[in-house]
Design a protein around this ligand. Structure first.
Ligand SMILES: [Fe+2]
Ligand SMILES: [Fe+2]
Length: 134
């Protein structure tokens, strides 16, 4: 089970809420994989991908608004995740009948969330912290 510890919090409510929602979805999907053999996880994965995309757009708009200097780099980072999201959906489609797809889906989802979505966001944490103080 994925849990967001306080060190991963940005102390910016709208983004933290999104991250929590994404983590909740990952946990739901992992549960569906473990308890129902993945038969029903496609809808959840599609929901996860939609939520991730709208979160990325919201985050980029905020970064542009506060004048974060590396907003382009972070945008590229999000863009690179598009291929991974396509893979997640492909795995989810096969999850009902394929153990390897279930294993890959579980692993890739947690990796996507922790390493790609949340760790990368630490790049702008102190910047928006400083901005919110002024
Ligand atoms: Fe984020
Ligand atoms: Fe991000």
């Amino acid at each position: 089970m994925v849990e967001l510890t306080s060190s991963f919090k940005l102390d910016y409510e709208a983004l933290d809420k999104d991250h929590e929602r994404l983590a909740d979805l990952v946990n739901e999907i992992v549960e569906a994989i473990d308890n129902e053999d993945g038969a029903n996880c496609e809808e959840l994965v599609v929901d996860f991908v939609k939520s991730a995309k709208s979160h990325f757009a919201k985050e980029e708009a905020l970064l542009a608004k506060v004048g974060f200097p590396n907003v382009e780099k972070h945008h590229d980072h999000h863009k690179n995740l598009n291929t991974k999201m396509d893979h997640l959906i492909e795995f989810a489609k096969m999850a009902g009948e394929n153990q390897m797809a279930r294993d890959s889906l579980r692993k890739e989802l947690v990796f996507f969330l922790m390493d790609d979505v949340i760790t990368a966001d630490m790049d702008f944490k102190s910047f928006i912290e400083e901005k919110s103080k002024t």
